[in-house]
Write a protein of this length. Structure first.
Length: 289
């Protein structure tokens, strides 16, 4: 199983600290932001200790392509209301691609964006235009469009919308399937084989490269996007465990983005439960004290 979680990248150790955090969870994959996701400030690449991190990964036989980068939330390629917001998004994405290349990551996860009132079609047209601008200078990093919950004016909450973006882009794209988002968008995540069949028909299963493995606070179809800890939400442990172990996606990294509890990361406990295929409703209680 290729499984891990979001980890931090801050402090004096930077990327080395991220790898150490991943290893502390008994994980073999991780997802990082190369800077704060809410702004454009970025630490220079030479400070990130990239070579030291690569050496630590090699020591533990973990391929560097199991390190996933997430683009900042500030990017909104779907915004046609404010040209300056669109252009900022293109520039930020270009910068994240360059940083991902320097780090050695293969996949960069991107939220497609929100049309902020212009409508889905105009939003998708704008996303395609932004991607075509941003991707014109690279072929080393694959941007993976994340499936969204459909909150507000989000684009990309259906497989058909994701497919439309991919078909319109001049460059190859991948997909990141978020289980909480899919559930909140109205898909039956518990019947994962059927979902994969539909994904394969609409998009093509060969384009699925990352899975965000999250439970959901909300009922199916709520279109609200609020993550829950594994087994403590509406999707449930059995369904998420099946996804974690599913043979059709064995090659795909599963990344947990579940909520912290009292300031503590739950990932080590959740990963252990998933590996053992055994849900313990009291497992996270130690973090609630």
């Amino acid at each position: 199983m290729i499984i891990g979680s979001h980890v931090s990248m801050s402090g004096s150790e930077y990327l080395v600290g991220s790898v150490k955090e991943m290893l502390s969870y008994q994980a073999n994959a991780m997802m990082i932001y190369t800077g704060a996701p809410q702004n454009s400030r970025r630490v220079p690449l030479e400070k990130l200790k990239i070579e030291e991190a690569k050496a630590l990964l090699e020591e533990h036989n973990i391929p560097f392509n199991q390190i996933i980068i997430h683009a900042p939330y500030l990017i909104n390629l779907a915004n046609t209301q404010k040209p300056e917001t669109f252009q900022l998004g293109v520039e930020l994405l270009q910068n994240e691609i360059k940083r991902s290349e320097a780090i050695g990551a293969k996949y960069l996860v991107l939220h497609p964006g929100s049309h902020v009132g212009s409508g889905i079609e105009k939003g998708i047209e704008s996303i395609i235009a932004g991607l075509n601008q941003a991707l014109s200078e690279t072929n080393q990093v694959l941007v993976c469009i994340e499936t969204m919950a459909g909150k507000g004016s989000e684009c990309g909450h259906t497989l058909e919308e994701i497919a439309q973006i991919m078909q319109g882009c001049q460059y190859p794209l991948g997909v990141c399937l978020d289980t909480c988002h899919m559930h909140d968008a109205g898909y039956d995540v518990s019947d994962f084989d059927a979902l994969l069949d539909e994904f394969d028909q609409v998009i093509g299963l060969e384009h699925l490269h990352v899975i965000h493995l999250n439970d959901s606070v909300n009922v199916k179809g709520a279109r609200k996007d609020r993550h829950a800890n594994i087994g403590f939400g509406q999707i449930g442990f059995d369904a998420l465990c099946q996804i974690a172990h599913h043979p059709r996606t064995a090659h795909v990294a599963k990344i947990l983005e579940t909520p912290y509890i009292n300031g503590h990361a739950p990932y080590g406990i959740e990963i252990e439960m998933l590996k053992n295929r055994c849900f313990d409703e009291n497992a996270l209680s130690v973090l609630r004290k």
